[in-house]
Ligand binder design. Sequence first.
Ligand code: NAD
Length: 349
Amino acid sequence: MKLAVFSAKPYDKRFLSHVHAKNQHFHSSVELAFHDFPLSSHTVPLAHGADAVCVFVNDTLDRAVLEDLNSAGVRAVLLRCAGFNNVDLEAAEALGMFVANVPSYSPEAVAEFALALIQTLNRNTHRAYNRVREGNFDLTGLLGKTLRGRTVGIVGTGKIGIALAHILRGFGCRLLAHDPFPTSAFDEFGEYAELDVLLARSDIVSLHCPLMDSTRHIMDEQSLRKMKKGAMLVNTSRGGLIETHSVIEALKSGHLGGLALDVYEGEGALFYQDHSDDIIQDDELMRLMTFPNVLVCGHQAFFTEEALTEIAECTLRNFDDFTRRVPCQNSLVREGHLLVKRGSHPVRI
Ligand code: NAD
């Protein structure tokens, strides 16, 4: 069985190959073919001859790509991530293809990174680092705020939102949360509120809901205006949750006090590649990077050894379920009578 791995970076090759070699009793019939570029309508011919493709957050699996894969005999899509907004699940289901994700890989890794972004921006360590390297030890402009007693609004109390709540409780923050599906797991940390109330009361808003039709641009001009003046917005979830043009205006007016992004709406064209010799054409991203109170990282919140190990193990387990035709608990599409998907949020039974 051949698995064509797209967007394969050296670290993907290392962790997948290691897990593959370590579990030879399971995966002896699996052959891994690595491609270091993303899957798209241009690169889909490279998957011909494979039984399955293994993809990441910025690979394109729209209807056309899925149809091409399917007609070439590729029967399975294995996501090396939790989010699946880049896959046309309806098309995959109609084609009878298997699609599975890695629903959880060290949610603490992402939550800890969100905290790192919050504290970097809040205490200006990104600016201090550059200043000190040039022999400038002046503190002017580096003033921060003590986190203890601050109100943090968590949008989405799934695995990562709850992991962040654990961390922020240790800092003595007051916590608010918004989620259309509240969980009792949050009860010990704070209280749920409507989104408008959360935005109006929070000093820091951290986004942890998935990108779906209903959450696209959840932070638009209107909702940004509802935020407390001077508050900070943090996004480690998906870029499409924030309307970039509006967030730039909110920063320019000073209403938004800081913005920390690990993900960006237009990241597909840039992230995970070295563009240091290129003239970057994305004017909105370049404008964002001119603000002293904006921090942009290249979708790395998940990037820990533990998470990469979990991703490799789970991806190959999903492939194993597919090849053995046994129920896969991470499947995102209906397969016979085993699995269901409701709306754009997967429900597993
Ligand atoms: P999860 O499925 O455990 O939790 C998502 C939560 O969001 C759920 O509780 C859901 O009810 C809630 N939600 C749905 N719609 C909402 C809305 N309109 N408002 C508020 N909440 C809403 O997912 P998770 O593991 O916590 O991951 C959250 C997101 O983080 C993923 O969807 C993914 O996009 C992103 N992520 C990013 C990285 C990274 O490296 N930056 C890594 C992993 C995951």
